[in-house]
Design a protein around this ligand. Structure first.
Ligand SMILES: NC(=O)c1ccc[n+]([C@@H]2O[C@H](COP(=O)([O-])OP(=O)(O)OC[C@H]3O[C@@H](n4cnc5c(N)ncnc54)[C@H](O)[C@@H]3O)[C@@H](O)[C@H]2O)c1
Length: 349
């Protein structure tokens, strides 16, 4: 619904751009309603990191499906069977419903382990692991080859995955192994996906990943080298935008999303205490300029913008989709502020 409103507003765009005083208006190509770039019919989107309907990957897939894209996903082998069986048994049907009354169809689920680039990288213990049994091609290069075989060239790449085995440990206690594992799964995986998928993308295609504000500001509790991985992901976004832009005409952006109670985020918790993600959600709502709940669909809508031609001249950006929390330099609910003074907090009229 919200997407339809956005498309309507944009389709009314004038063919002339208002000029600064003293200069003639610039004529730009008129954008016919369907041609402004919001229609993804006939486009293929690969969303890596979908295993249930609670996370950002699902919400992005849904926003793209609303606009007509064909959705294919990459799912981590340890959760592949449970995801496929949830789909087959109709357990996700409510979440597949589209605003036009149809259902989001996931055209193909590819097993994908984004810490491996080629079959040679896969160690024996993974080959012998029962959750990988019978799967032949789950490394990034193999998945890209399978997609090319099935669909030829595609248009959209989404990286919505992360993993930090020591995420609950402060950086001061994080091992080298844990730090490198977080960076391998959460940052290099995007570099590798762009390396292998951009060559099978149409010129004008776009890639998006998901990052978190812990990359630039300290977020206590988001440990294990995950903050470092997100910093790398954001820096790589700019370099990949340059390289993939020049080499393939593909755009690369990242969304710095606010907190969401996804399965991955729920894992960042210490037993018996209010979880990291519950605290982060409460803090965000109280302290953000837009003090409202943040929904996965909010991120889905912004991702749709970054992945469609609506943003055809946007690349290399980190777009905050967090109700504005990133812009705050002070927590308005800090206990320190209750000590006699008061801050001017604007009230809704
Ligand atoms: N939830 C939040 O509060 C939040 C905030 C900002 C950014 N993000 C980012 O959003 C992205 C999606 O996470 P989410 O929170 O929606 O949770 P999610 O659980 O929906 O997604 C994470 C996915 O990563 C997959 N995964 C883990 N290791 C993998 C591997 N080696 N290969 C392939 N897939 C693997 C998991 O199976 C899961 O499907 C992540 O990059 C996360 O860091 C999340």
């Amino acid at each position: 619904m919200k997407l339809a409103v956005l498309a309507l507003c944009l389709s009314a765009a004038s063919a002339f751009v208002a000029a600064p005083a003293g200069r003639a208006p610039t004529k730009v190509a008129a954008a016919p309603a369907a041609g402004i770039g919001g229609d993804l019919t006939g486009k293929v989107a690969f969303v890596a990191g979908v295993a249930d309907s609670t996370g950002y990957g699902w919400a992005i897939a849904k926003a793209l499906a609303e606009a007509g894209a064909t959705i294919i996903v990459g799912t981590w082998p340890p959760v592949l069977n449970i995801f496929k069986s949830s789909l087959d048994k109709g357990k996700l049907d409510d979440d597949r419903k589209l605003s036009n009354g149809g259902m989001m169809d996931i055209a193909k689920v590819y097993p994908l382990d984004a810490v491996f680039d080629t079959p040679d990288d896969v160690p024996d213990d993974i080959k012998a692991n029962k959750r990988y049994a019978g799967l032949e091609s789950f490394t990034i290069s193999e998945v890209a080859e399978s997609i090319a075989k099935d669909y030829g060239k595609i248009d959209i790449l989404v990286h919505s995955l992360a993993n930090g085995p020591e995420v609950t440990k402060p950086l001061l206690e994080t091992s080298r192994k844990g730090y490198l594992a977080a960076n391998s799964a959460s940052a290099y995986s995007f570099v590798s996906l762009v390396q292998h998928v951009a060559p099978i993308m149409h010129e004008g295609g776009a890639a998006v990943s998901l990052t978190y504000i812990a990359s630039e500001d300290v977020i206590p509790g988001y440990g294990g080298g995950m903050s470092s991985a997100k910093a790398a992901l954001e820096s790589d976004t700019r370099t990949l935008a340059w390289e993939a832009g020049r080499k393939y005409g593909v755009r690369v952006n990242t969304i710095s999303a606010g907190p969401l109670k996804s399965r991955a985020a729920s894992a960042i918790s210490t037993k018996g205490e209010k979880s990291f993600i519950d605290l982060a959600i409460d803090y965000s709502k109280v302290n953000s300029p837009l003090n409202k709940d943040l929904y996965a669909d909010d991120v889905g809508a912004s991702a749709f913008f970054l992945l469609s031609d609506l943003s055809r001249a946007v690349t290399g950006v980190t777009l905050y989709v967090d109700n504005g929390l990133h812009s705050m330099g002070m927590a308005v609910d800090s206990a320190a502020l209750n000590d006699g003074g008061s801050l001017p907090v604007p009230q809704r009229v």
